[in-house]
Design a protein around this ligand. Structure first.
Ligand code: TNX
Length: 532
């Protein structure tokens, strides 16, 4: 007791002295070496920029830096988004203003930028992003972000210097369609989970979010004229969990959020197969009038809408009308894959009747490539998901359709199906298309991929993520990263920049960024990740 009494007053003083010393040490350590760290080279970005001219003094973001925008609400919005990204880690105020000079400038101008390109110029006095469109500025912001240290992604103040290498980046995409698909049917993902993924996609300049909204295991979008689709058809998922669905307001929120990140939402209602959830909800949609039970397994190819019945087309009309009305984007995906329990004749007649419905509600059809076995509508796009070295007849059919004017979106399953396991040891995912390590996923050329398809038919690349085995955001991330970055680069970067040896170095630099963002990713041994 007494002893304690005599020693306690001294302890805090000693502790305080030690803390002061530690703080001083941290201050010196924090300030000095970071100031000498070289800025990230202008080409160490994913996707690789079209052209880079390094040179000159870097720009250093300081407490005095402002984000200077054109006097336009949309440009100001992108400026606010950028400032919001940079403020937490820099601790700087970064006001967004349409006055002054220097700093980080976002500027719209006419020029040879295309619909999504931009120019980034960096020098001692500032960084200027110029584009013809807000989308171009937004993509330029993602480049700027990657040129700053990975610590910029942290949400607390970091002690370092924030430099952007001097020089010019001139950039624009190879393809207009750069997509990612999320299967929200096999397992349901909340609006917040979808928005988290959207933010991750935006970092890599992905501009299309394809949502697989219906399948055998769950119907995920409210349809007022057929309410049981969501309330009953959405009530479970693979493994028998509670499932879920998006109300119309939820869906509008996803569309709004995606648009704020310059992504277009492509909704998919998969038909005529993959429809058990709909058939279970409405017995009249089946040919025998008997509703099947809800399905929580992972088989495919056992369900079909009843092609001869008129009510099928009343249903399709209602669903397409309501979904088209909710969707500002250009496309409506009608699925059409694995219709193994629909006869070929029925499949063709179904697609002949359904495609005009999509057109009537003002949307362009996208279908899985089996659509090329029917009569793809004028302007329709087919999404190719075949594999190397298999099914030559089917490949020939897709190539023939491409020669006849059907545009193609490439999603080869043995390359960019993000649900394929990386190795036999990958806990999540499936392997029906093989094991797909990071290099295999990246190392192919979309422009020359499908023999006989003219290069002009290739509209872009999409990386689908099927969710039979995925239940959490961490699962989505582990399968998507790092392969999604490679798919995004195949969609954006000119073929001339393609090369695994340089790519793996650029990819490795993303690791610390993903760590800072809390993205759970696969540390592939093929990539020289910096030590953690
Ligand atoms: C094939 S690809 C499917 C999906 C599965 C996926 C699993 C395609 C259009 N259909 O139904 O979820 O494989 O990888």
């Amino acid at each position: 007791m007494r002893r304690n009494h005599s020693t306690t007053p001294r302890t805090p003083r000693v502790l305080a002295a030690l803390l002061l010393l530690a703080a001083a040490g941290a201050f010196t350590l924090g300030a000095a070496p970071a100031a000498e760290a070289a800025p990230t080279p202008l080409n160490r970005v994913v996707p690789a920029p079209a052209s880079v001219t390094p040179g000159g003094t870097p720009y250093r973001i300081t407490r005095a830096t402002a984000v200077r925008v054109d006097a336009s609400a949309e440009v100001r919005g992108i400026g606010a988004y950028l400032a919001g990204l940079l403020r937490p880690a820099t601790g700087y105020p970064l006001p967004v203003t349409d006055r002054g000079t220097g700093g980080i400038r976002l500027h719209l101008a006419s020029g040879d930028f295309g619909a999504e390109g931009y120019r980034l110029q960096s020098g001692a006095r500032g960084v200027t992003l110029t584009a013809r469109t807000p989308a171009g500025l937004f993509h330029g912001v993602q480049t700027l972000r990657q040129l700053l240290p990975a610590a910029v992604e942290k949400r607390t103040v970091q002690r370092t210097t924030w430099q952007i290498a001097g020089g010019t980046v001139q950039d624009r995409p190879r393809y207009a369609y750069r997509g990612a698909m999320l299967d929200v049917s096999r397992h349901f993902f909340t609006v917040a989970q979808v928005e988290r993924y959207i933010d991750q996609l935006a970092l890599y300049k992905v501009n299309e979010l394809h949502l697989h909204l219906s399948d055998d295991q769950g119907w995920r979008i409210a349809v007022d004229s057929w309410p049981r689709l969501a309330s009953y058809g959405g009530s479970t998922q693979v493994g028998g969990g509670r499932g879920g669905f998006y109300t119309k307001d939820d869906y509008r929120e996803i569309v709004r959020y995606a648009a704020s990140r310059y992504l277009e939402v492509v909704p998919e209602i998969d038909m005529p197969g993959h429809t058990n959830a709909a058939l279970a909800s409405y017995a009249q949609l089946t040919c025998d009038g008997v509703a099947p039970p809800l399905y929580t397994g992972t088989q495919v190819g056992f369900s079909s809408l009843c092609v001869p019945k008129q009510v099928t087309y009343d249903f399709v009309d209602d669903v397409v009308r309501e979904l088209a009305a909710l969707t500002p984007g250009r496309y409506l995906h009608i699925g059409g894959d694995e219709a193994h329990s629909t006869s070929h004749t029925d499949y063709v007649s179904f697609m002949d009747r359904v495609q005009p419905v999509v057109a009537r509600y003002g949307k362009t059809v996208i279908g899985w490539h089996q659509l090329t076995g029917a009569h793809p509508a004028r302007g329709a796009l087919a999404q190719y998901w075949g594999l190397d070295g298999t099914n030559a007849a089917e490949k020939a059919q897709v190539a023939q359709a491409a020669r006849n004017g059907t545009g193609l979106i490439l999603s080869p399953a043995d390359r960019i199906y993000l649900d394929m396991k990386y190795t036999s040891g990958t806990r999540l995912g499936t392997k029906w298309a093989g094991l797909v390590e990071v290099r295999r996923s990246y190392d192919w050329n979309p422009g020359a991929y499908l023999a006989g398809a003219p290069a002009s038919a290739i509209r872009g690349v999409e990386a689908p993520l099927w969710s039979e085995t995925l239940t959490r955001s961490a699962d989505i991330e582990y399968m998507a990263f790092p392969r999604l970055a490679g798919a995004a680069e195949l969609g954006w970067s000119p073929a001339a920049t393609h090369g695994w040896n340089a790519y793996r170095v650029r990819l490795a630099a993303q690791g610390p960024r993903w760590d800072a963002l809390g993205i759970h990713y696969y540390r592939s041994p093929q990539v020289p990740w910096p030590a953690r």
